[in-house]
Write a protein that binds this ligand. Structure first.
Ligand code: K7E
Ligand code: CUA
Length: 654
């Protein structure tokens, strides 16, 4: 025990040394000729477009940000798990159901790993998936509209971290639990964790046409911490690999107690075998409660359905489906090279990188060369599956990506560097410092059979002196490298929003032509849409008032409403009648306890307002939409609760 504490201490101390060194470097940094050639490489002339989209997770912002590469310019923040006042996501009546869970309305999450849909191992650019860690959920964003269109909660999970990675035809998006818990949940002593808590690995099927998600099955695994995962591909398609730590099954002082075993495991799951088993009636339905939220582009409205059961699979009942590969030492990242042969365990407390061979693994399984079992799951022998080791590559390896040219790029958190090495020979080719303490690295297409090995983006945890100071709280910092040559070249620093963990990049041409420009008004099926201007009206139903409103440059119809009373609940259902690209209008109502709405052309959104004070209260458009934007305004007259003023409204006549 002492040893491991000392070891961790020495890692922490070396981390601070490295940081100091880096800081020196940056101040005396090599500006000049080098810098100007780097500047040219990231320069995207005014009006020109970037070559790649980068979708960078927001971590504790709960959202996903969209950047261009190589410029590092941010284009959009896509709200996913968090309420977003900028557009009204999670505030509008239409989008509130997106954030519904079995725990009620949850306006936030911690999102880590975006992954783009694939067809035959290639990025197809249809959807991007991302996990919510805290209240386990998987979200799907449609890359036509760049809007979150589906969120499914994952029951029997906690700390949904080894998520959300897709298989090579997007058959499944996978969600593994980081914290094992009682399954099903129950009231029990925490110190009875060992043997009683379980970790679930959920395989969520994705319908090929619609992308609709559905939990196909949950594998109930031993109570380890399932940290990261990646799919097999090519020869290993049909398998999925998960790193584990805390195979000690400690429930307290994990920083020491979960670092006892010399090796933890990578769990190899043959999902095709389990799929066959459940298709033939295998598995057990278990009562569960989880929300499935779906947004419809035509009704512009989300619905939330509470599901009541989930199909579970005991791995010991499907022989040949799950195996454990010993892997040093509390591995974090679990990465599979583009050929599908090599499975890399980034043992975060180890100085070496472990590379397993898929071929050797299959061979060992076929010859039944096992080294005992854990809760009935066969353990393979380390030497039997090992393809090789990258020796002393750095300190604190976290994640690895690939360039499609036979090279791997591993991040080292403690020694704060990006290390390039050859996958076949396991020799280190190059190393570049990161400013500071890198987490993930992203190469566009890095989690696919066909990466685009031109750029790598490292996402760093510590910013310190890289930018002008902004008080104690700083944005995180990403660094863009040109990886087209033998040596990596640092091109650019750019700040990122929230805490990026992973990111997913894709050549712009795969998605930009499909990017939707407007919603067609004629296809608007919203329950409260006002398609014809003459249909704008106000209706009362008890103390509920429904305002059917339209907006077009630069007018609201109606723009004056009387007969509203204190104690009413007013629903503004507003339809944007514009049919031109990039002409949203906003809507803000004084005293509303939510946010503004930003409404896209052809779309309907609803804001709720509960007036509390008598008076005449204005509303206005929040988006500068025309030269007469400042004139885009209106009034609501609010009378006392017992007044008998009739509802009336103006339709644009004088
Ligand atoms: Cu390493 Cu959540 Cu992928 Cu952060 S995780 S770095
Ligand atoms: Cu509409 Cu400003």
């Amino acid at each position: 025990m002492k040893n491991s504490i000392l070891y961790i201490f020495s890692l922490i101390i070396s981390a601070s040394f490295f940081s100091c060194n880096n800081s020196e470097n940056s101040k005396n940094g090599d500006r000049g000729a080098l810098a100007s050639s780097a500047a040219e490489k990231v320069y995207v002339a005014p009006g020109e477009h970037d070559d790649f989209y980068a979708f960078i997770s927001g971590g504790y912002s709960g959202n996903l940000t969209v950047y261009g590469l190589p410029s590092g310019r941010m284009f959009k923040e896509i709200p996913v798990f968090s309420q977003f006042p900028t557009s009204g996501y999670g505030y509008s009546e239409e989008t509130k159901p997106m954030l519904n869970t079995s725990h009620g309305f949850i306006p936030w999450d911690d999102s880590h790993h975006p992954d783009i849909s694939q067809t035959e191992g290639k990025l197809d650019g249809r959807w991007i998936f991302i996990n919510g860690n805290n209240t386990p959920r998987i979200a799907k964003i449609d890359l036509k509209t760049f809007e979150t269109t589906e969120i499914i909660e994952v029951p029997n999970s906690a700390g949904n971290h080894s998520s959300s990675f897709v298989t090579e035809n997007t058959e499944y998006v996978v969600a593994g639990t980081r914290f094992s818990v009682p399954v099903p949940q129950q009231d029990m002593p925490i110190n009875e964790y060992k043997g009683k808590f379980k970790g679930t690995l959920s395989f969520i099927s994705v319908a090929p046409e619609t992308g609709r998600m559905n939990i196909k099955f949950q594998l109930i695994m031993p109570g380890f911490d399932y940290d990261l995962s990646h799919p097999g591909r090519g020869k290993s398609h049909g398998w999925f690999f998960f790193t584990t730590y805390n195979t000690e099954e400690a429930n307290t002082l994990l920083e020491v107690n979960a670092s006892q075993n010399d090796k933890d495991f990578i769990a190899a799951v043959n999902w095709k075998k389990i799929e066959e088993y459940v298709n033939n009636g295998g598995g057990k339905m278990m009562p569960a409660e989880y929300a499935h939220n779906v947004y419809d582009d035509h009704t512009h409205t989300a619905t939330s359905t509470m599901k009541k059961e989930v199909l579970t699979v005991d791995p010991t009942e499907v022989p040949g489906a799950v195996f454990l590969l010993p892997t040093p030492k509390s591995p974090h990242g679990c990465d599979v090279d583009p050929s599908g042969e090599y499975i890399i365990g980034n043992g975060k407390l180890s100085a070496d990188l472990t590379i397993h061979s898929f071929t050797k693994m299959i061979d060992a399984i076929e010859n039944k060369r096992f080294d005992g079992d854990a809760y009935g799951i066969p353990i393979l022998k380390f030497e039997d599956v090992l393809a090789g080791t990258v020796k002393q590559a750095g300190l604190g390896p976290l994640h690895t990506e690939f360039d499609g040219k036979g090279n791997a790029y591993t991040t080292f958190f403690i020694s704060s560097e990006l290390v390039k090495w050859n996958v076949e020979t396991q020799e280190v080719i190059d190393r570049q410092p990161n400013y500071y303490s890198v987490g993930h690295v992203m190469i566009p297409g890095g989690n696919s059979a066909h990466p685009f090995g031109k750029y790598a983006v490292s996402m760093n945890k510590i910013t310190k002196d890289r930018y002008l100071p902004t008080g104690p709280e700083l944005e995180h910092s990403a660094q863009l490298f040109d990886i087209s040559g033998d040596k990596m070249e640092l091109l650019l620093d750019f700040p990122t929003h929230g805490e990026p963990h992973y990111a997913a990049g894709i050549p712009a041409e795969i998605i930009k032509e499909n990017s939707q420009k407007i919603y067609k008004l004629a296809e608007n099926k919203h329950e409260y849409a006002t398609i014809a201007n003459g249909d704008a009206r106000v209706e009362r139903d008890g103390n509920e008032v429904h305002v059917y409103m339209t907006m077009i440059r630069s007018h609201f119809t109606p723009d004056n409403i009387e007969g509203i009373k204190v104690g009413d609940k007013v629903y503004f259902h507003i339809t944007n009648h514009e049919q031109d690209f990039d002409v949203p209008h906003g809507f803000a109502m004084i005293g509303a306890n939510n946010a503004e709405l930003l409404i896209m052309p052809g779309q309907t959104k609803t804001l709720t307002w509960e007036p509390k004070k008598v008076g005449v209260w204005p509303f206005y458009c929040t988006d500068f939409c025309s030269a007469l934007h400042q004139e885009m305004q209106g009034y609501i007259r609010v009378s006392p609760k017992d007044s008998n003023i009739d509802l009336s409204w103006s339709l644009g006549e004088d």
